[in-house]
Design a protein around this ligand. Structure first.
Ligand SMILES: [Fe+2]
Length: 451
């Protein structure tokens, strides 16, 4: 039988197939219901290896040490199921196996092989997209989508969702005009596609169009109300725009009522929160005791070592909460990971991880010269830390501020200009304030009487 995308599937009952279809559509929409539909498939047909593999891949995406155990169990069960007659289903199992063995790039490439044979498989499309996103592989995100898009016709059930993914890939590779156009088109087709909706918000963030961004998100809250914790991330985007336009009370309110309404230790939630508090502090705002709960969660994550992106944000929380012992622990663990060099993740821990984390540690100790040296050394590799430009911008901002505070005005200014180029020439509030600070500092220096 075939699934909702017309792809052959080795399920035996229409009830299980219907749940599989619901799971796929829910996954595309970042819906909180995704695991329930997947559980339903597994309950109805526990011998369906691909569903166990997909479950394992989903758990791996959560980037938490204890959840790797769940993925290992899912892998064991998938391996013990009757071998699927379908190559694409066996590829999902192989991909999980590769990721668990530390080969995330190969795992993503295995999912890509599915798309070569079956370009309209939207589950493989979205999994590949998610994995490339986690690894910061924006070029692959774009290439993958461009290779399958010609096979999608407007009647394909994921036609709107793939446009959302493509809009995001276009935005991350700097084609802001097309990203906005295709993202808006996708949302019209799939109004519950929070990913596509948020891709358009990314465009407005990168191009400093905060009013347009706020207009875009306001009134569309229903588009992300159904989401898993991704909904906190969409609220985070709104908060970034409010921050850039100076509405600090509204930022604090959104932080308390939406972004951190649910005090989880999911690394993506921690990343939203820590990046926002750090941005507020760099603007000189007092964030009260908001660091405390984030630091408490992050203290328990020093040995995780799942993703450098998560570690960098745990570090922000530990800095904000002044947890020196935990900072020492996470630094020591990163050194060990980097020295081991056994997995794709270890290699990213080594570079840019070690320099970036050392730079943050120095920044927390007000050693701005050391911070700037390390953070600027990491800068060219920071894409490999994964996530989006908007997410990694906090490290860019700290780098620039370390440069300014240490008196490295020319270098800080060069980074500000490069940051602006990456944004299509747009100058946001952060950049305007920093350019002014550099100009003022230079003016003051010139006014100093000669000794
Ligand atoms: Fe985002």
């Amino acid at each position: 039988m075939n699934d909702i995308f017309g792809t052959e599937v080795s399920l035996e009952t229409t009830a299980a197939r219907d749940s599989w279809n619901k799971m796929q559509m829910a996954f595309l929409a970042h819906s909180a219901a995704t695991p329930n539909h997947l559980a339903d498939v597994l309950e109805r047909e526990p011998g369906f290896a691909a569903a166990h593999a997909v479950k394992g891949l989903f758990y791996m995406m959560l980037g938490k040490r204890e959840l790797i155990e769940v993925a290992i169990e899912a892998n064991k069960t998938a391996q013990s199921c009757p071998k699927s007659p379908l190559k694409r289903e066996r590829s999902f199992v192989r991909a999980l196996n590769l990721w668990l063995a530390g080969h995330m790039i190969q795992a993503r490439d295995e999912v890509e092989t599915i798309l070569i044979a079956t370009p309209t498989d939207s589950l493989a499309m979205k999994i590949s997209h998610a994995m490339s996103f986690i690894m910061g592989d924006r070029q692959m995100m774009r290439r993958s989508l461009e290779s399958v898009l010609p096979s999608y016709d407007p009647t394909h059930k994921a036609s709107g969702y793939i446009k959302g993914c493509y809009a995001f890939a276009l935005e991350e590779t700097g084609d802001y005009t097309r990203a906005e156009e295709i993202g808006r088109e996708g949302v019209l087709q799939a109004p519950d596609d929070a990913w596509g909706l948020h891709a358009v918000a990314h465009v407005y963030d990168m191009t400093a169009q905060t009013t347009k961004g706020l207009d875009w998100l306001t009134g569309r809250e229903k588009s992300w109300a159904h989401c898993n914790n991704f909904r906190y991330h969409v609220w985070w985007h709104k908060a970034l725009m409010l921050l850039e336009s100076g509405h600090i009370d509204q930022v604090m309110d959104l932080y308390d009522t939406e972004i951190r309404a649910d005090k989880t230790d999911d690394y993506r939630d921690i990343s939203n929160a820590t990046a926002l508090l750090s941005r507020l502090e760099l603007y000189g705002h007092n964030v009260g005791n908001r660091w405390e709960e984030l630091a408490a969660f992050s203290e328990n994550r020093t040995e995780d070592g799942c993703l450098i992106f998560a570690d960098l944000h745990y570090m922000l929380a530990l800095m904000g909460g002044n947890r020196k012992d935990a900072i020492r622990k996470i630094m020591a663990r990163m050194q060990r990971d980097a020295a081991r060099n056994g997995s794709d993740s270890d290699r990213v821990m080594a570079s840019p991880g070690l320099s970036a984390m050392s730079g943050l540690e120095a920044f927390s100790e007000a050693d701005f010269t050391g911070a700037f040296a390390n953070l600027s050394a990491a800068r060219s590799q920071m894409q490999l830390a994964g996530g989006s430009h908007a997410q990694r911008d906090i490290f860019e901002r700290i780098t620039i501020d370390a440069g300014i505070r240490s008196g490295a005005f020319a270098q800080a200014e060069a980074i500000l200009k490069d940051r602006q180029t990456n944004r299509g020439g747009a100058e946001d509030n952060f950049a305007s304030v920093r350019f002014q600070m550099i100009s003022d500092a230079r003016g003051d220096a010139q006014k100093q009487p000669a000794e």
